[in-house]
Design a protein around this ligand. Sequence first.
Ligand SMILES: Cc1cc2nc3c(=O)[nH]c(=O)nc-3n(C[C@H](O)[C@H](O)[C@H](O)COP(=O)(O)OP(=O)(O)OC[C@H]3O[C@@H](n4cnc5c(N)ncnc54)[C@H](O)[C@@H]3O)c2cc1C
Length: 521
Amino acid sequence: MHQLPAFQPAVVVIGAGPAGLTAAHELTRRGRAVTVLEADDVVGGISRTVEREGWRFDIGGHRFFTKVPAVEAWWHEVLGEDFLSRPRLSRILYAGTLFDYPLKPMNALRNLGPVEAVRCVSSYLAAQVRPPRDQSHFEGWVSARFGRRLYGMFFKTYTEKVWGIPATDIQADWAAQRIKDLSLGTAILHALRPGRSATKVTTLIDRFQYPRTGPGLMWERATERVRAGGGTVQLCSTVTRIERDEDGVVAVDVRTTDAAGRTGGQERLPVGELISSMPLPELVLAMDPPAPEHVQEAARGLSHRDFLTVALVVPESAGFPDNWIYVHSPEVRVGRVQNFGSWSPHLVKDGRTCLGLEYFVDEGDDLWESSDDALIALATTELDLLGLVGAGSVERGYVVRMPKAYPVYDEGYDRRVDVIRGWLAEATPNVHPVGRNGMHRYNNADHSMVTAMLTVENILDGAGHDVWAVNVEADYHEEAAVADADGPGTGRPADQTEVTAAALGTGRSAPVRPRRRPRVA
Ligand SMILES: Cc1cc2nc3c(=O)[nH]c(=O)nc-3n(C[C@H](O)[C@H](O)[C@H](O)COP(=O)(O)OP(=O)(O)OC[C@H]3O[C@@H](n4cnc5c(N)ncnc54)[C@H](O)[C@@H]3O)c2cc1C
């Protein structure tokens, strides 16, 4: 890395997640001074690896997969030998049976048995003859392509769990983005033609890359490199106010805390260029003088879906071979179950693995507010009821709450983002929103990184890239065949669950369902 010249205006980066650290890395690589301000006491943002009593687990499982060569090269440069290639297995648990994921219609119809299969195909044919009148929402769009019966089994519950709203309130463009032009008819046709893939989407990939001890390792190493290159990464430092004048942003106020969250102090940091991965609405609302009322209103209108994970420690032998299992059963609130021992053998400790039970929540709802003990008890009961792992095998548990895991694509979100973009470009041209929440985009880590890479080229080279043109491609996500979830495009995030309307927010803590081991297809 270069010697840093002292005279250039300071580049300040808000957030030490994938986007912020990529920006900082590229800046220091090119000899530019940078200060990263991170509110939390760890790096990695949503892509962090949480560590509790020596156990390491993800906020959700984080696959490293990209079609962008620069990102692929970056990951290898940063992690070298510690970047593993891992086999992938993920299935859907529905009605006590494990189905292939991505959903393969022939496998699904076989597993459902002849009677149910006939009902599903009839329901599909009925939808061809008489398509749902309203296909502007998720339910209508999917039912038209798969029939109401398959929709009810494999799309509705999980999607509603993820987003926490009825599927009729989720816009069809999300389904279109995730499922593309697939329908039951085309899928069966493809499956019957040898050499043709039923769902030619990237979710079919059977291997993925993964850092040896979890995604956080990537961001811990990136931080070391930024610091070695002369950059500063300051943890426990929350940007609370963004000061601007008629030309743009001139400084940020930073509140520092200790690891226990106690406020330590307040400092003002001058800014030449500001790269921001903090949530877009918070960026706008931190402006001083404040943004015009209509811009603030647009910011207040953007919302997020939150997430919590309960990690349960069980003997490795009690785990399952899947990296994760989608839980489509409506009678439990859990949406997806990870087995981190299947992600990396280095996450197995003392013959034990961590299972991550994922719940899609809203900050302040009954699950979010439940005590850790109550959540661990709920997760243990649900794991047992699903027949995945008996309650007696659970040795201990940990809870991690992650606010703003998903930017919500509800009606009008795009117009609100446009209002904010337009105002930022005009009033604060030295502010550069990047990343996922930073741009209110359903970006995976690779696209979050690309926005940062392009931004650095804009700042250093005047490259003129349109960073907002970096988009979310359906193929990257885990949602294609069941519209699952780290990517919504609708009303709310769809990372992975589907609870019926009743399930989220009822306060019901345990399902009432006879335990039975899933039938492995
Ligand atoms: C359940 C789940 C599963 C996922 N799975 C995958 C996957 O398999 N593969 C994949 O590529 N991607 C996956 N993603 C997406 C991935 O996590 C994100 O794309 C990525 O973390 C976004 O990076 P970012 O830097 O833009 O934002 P973040 O990771 O959100 O980082 C932003 C950082 O900014 C900090 N911050 C916020 N406000 C302030 C402030 N005021 N002052 C200072 N700091 C602040 C935050 O603390 C945070 O550390 C998944 C996401 C979820 C929720």
